[in-house]
Write a protein that binds this ligand. Sequence first.
Ligand code: MGD
Ligand code: MGD
Ligand code: SF4
Ligand code: MO
Length: 729
Amino acid sequence: MPQEKIKTYCRFCHAYCPMQATVEDNRLIAIEPDTDNAVYGGYTCIKGRQLVEQIYHPTRLQQSQKQQPDGGFTNIASEQALDEIAAQLQSILKAYGPRSIASYNGTYSYQNSASHAVARAFHKAIDSPSYYASVTIDQPAKVAIGPARMGWWNAGSHMWCDSDVAMIIGNNTLVSHYSIPGGIPSFSPFNALREGKKRGVKVICIDPRVTEVAARSDLHLQVTPGQDAALLASIIQVIISEALYDEAFCQEHTVGFAELTRATAGFTPEAVAAAAGIPAQQIYKAARLFAAGPRGSAVTGTGPEMGPHPNLLQHLVQALNAICGRHYREGERLPNPGVLTPPAPRRAQATSPQPQWLTDGTRSRVAPDIGEVFVLSPYGPQGEMPTAVITDEMLLPGDGQIKALICVGGNPLLAWPDQEKTLKALQGLDLLVCIDIKMAATAQLADYVLAPKICLEREDVTLLTDIWHDQPYSQYTSTVVEAEGDKIEEWEFFWEIGRRMGLALELDNGPLDMQRKPQKYELLQNITAGSRVPLADIRATDGGAVYPVDDVIIQAADPETRGQLDLYPPGLQEELAAAYEDMQPTDTQAWPHLLISRRMKNTYNSTGPELSLLGSKGTTNPAYMHPQDLAALDIADGELIEIASAHGSIPAIAAASEDIKSGVISMSHCWGGSPDPAAGSDARIREMGSNTNRLIDNRHAAEKYSGMPRQSTIPVKVSKSSQPSDRVQ
Ligand SMILES: Nc1nc2c(c(=O)[nH]1)N[C@H]1C(S)=C(S)[C@@H](COP(=O)(O)OP(=O)(O)OC[C@H]3O[C@@H](n4cnc5c(=O)[nH]c(N)nc54)[C@H](O)[C@@H]3O)O[C@H]1N2
Ligand SMILES: Nc1nc2c(c(=O)[nH]1)N[C@H]1C(S)=C(S)[C@@H](COP(=O)(O)OP(=O)(O)OC[C@H]3O[C@@H](n4cnc5c(=O)[nH]c(N)nc54)[C@H](O)[C@@H]3O)O[C@H]1N2
Ligand code: SF4
Ligand SMILES: [Mo]
């Protein structure tokens, strides 16, 4: 058979770069950037270029696995595995009730455009609220708590393409390919930044590291980790006291302005500078530069969202955008109304806060102020239980205790806060099923591991990123190569289990045929029913494209439905007081350093090190520290060190970096292996890295509503390792 070129897109991460695959005899021969695609301009990254190796990698599961009594695994036909799993779920359901059956939908569940909808339908059919996803240990304050407390602007805030300024707080898009609209676009981000700078966009970066974004910004505030809330309160204080805010917008669309003014008055740059570790003048400069705009948004990434006071910080960021009026107004054109979502009028008006979303959902059994979180989406609020306390929900006996977990494209043992508790919780389950491409750390504990199709073996559409683009862009990909072996898709698992349990699964737009398995395209048609551009048109287009949708012009507010943004919702006073208190110098004797999180170019959470080129870039997660800090501890670059927190300790490899603020250690997450000493992970630190979640107590400083634990800004102590024989690299 001759070679065939097929346009597709990468799903190693959520940037969905367009690619061209070369296929011969159902074998993927090569993968290259799709240089015809003007939106991405031929951009790909090092991870996406490894898709050929990944699909045929020797560690890739070709068949499903079943754990044997001796702990080993044997192949099992997926039909047989599904029969056995369905039978076990049925008896767990009968014995313990619907809540005892949970699913955790990790990062790779998002990459299959049909997975979440069918997983949710399964939960609905058995009436189980125990639907968990990685977003609630990611940035729940941004996507759920913030909008519920303050309300939101129906026409959205300024996107990068319409901005004169962007304030980027702990978000390194040039590596992570992640930002919400308003920050540097996730798609071909270097080009987007260059294009923006040519237009004159001013970038203010707030990060304890000189990141790739910081190095290219107009103003970098190298903040002390954990002081972002105080810093944002200070920026607001300057903008209000210098009357740089949008008075007309505040009067018309907000309440609580006077209270916010009073409550932030004490956060002067002079009061905040020492704690934030930056000169007061920089705070004035940042406030004035942002306020000058006249257009552009402040956005956050994971850094500060995982640190102290994320709910407060997110409120202050959204309040900053509001008081500066950084929202699309009547008569303006929306850059991207969405391709796959149904048309809906967009109005120049606020939706008032929805405090019931914080209190009325299913409560966690472990703490009454933590419970179901409602994530705002184009399809309305989507309820999820908070992953921060899922291990407690597994360990706490009694009605509603989680007994079975279906883990879809996630790796809890490496990703969840408090690794030792996670191990105990996973080991205590009656049934653990993983859907994973390899025997990942969590899969090694599972009763069954289902072998899934990987991205180029699946049809998909760019549902996740539909409104992240600043143009109406979309791509449908066919299956590039048919999967070999016995593999299923993530959604098929839920459908197959549902059929065996006699359930009727129903998506938002209608029921699924439970006799004949739906085609993926049929499912996607159901999910995107009523979309602005028919799915058939997108499927018929070869490659990604910008669709000529009718302009969406923001309409006038509707007096019947217009609401107001609450700049000073209940709880803010106490949260500001706590942030103020946290500025006071603390005794840093016991824990002199702060450990923060970061992403690495050559890995995607726990995926990547197994691939040869990505692995060759480093097989450990270095503990980056300032050379002066290392010198003060008499630690050499590359030396084995010990990092201890109040909760635990891990080995790590020191790495000198001038880019890190003194007093800070920067490490990535999702490295290492099981914390079980028998697994011997620590001894293999240079081959597999270590896991920072062993240093984290998931209930310490747990945030209200989401239970979001402190996953970054961890007070730690660094010392030379007690194993002096380790070589220095
Ligand atoms: N290559 C790669 N890409 C990824 C991932 C990956 O693992 N690898 N992971 C994906 C996932 S799951 C997500 S959620 C996104 C996340 O995307 P981002 O949020 O952009 O993640 P990071 O690149 O870690 O950027 C967070 C930044 O916050 C800074 N920071 C840490 N603590 C603080 C603090 O207290 N204050 C401030 N102001 N900054 C702080 C860090 O130094 C870092 O530069 O990335 C996704 N993309
Ligand atoms: N301390 C600390 N903890 C953190 C973070 C942090 O910054 N600091 N970040 C948090 C964040 S933002 C996130 S999103 C979570 C990540 O949490 P998870 O999503 O739980 O972790 P991943 O490592 O991304 O897990 C992905 C799993 O999917 C498998 N996989 C890869 N490709 C496929 C595929 O095509 N299909 C299927 N079915 N499986 C596949 C991989 O082998 C891997 O086991 O971690 C969180 N934990
Ligand atoms: S940025 Fe890299 S990993 Fe992400 S979609 Fe593009 S090529 Fe794939
Ligand atoms: Mo994430």
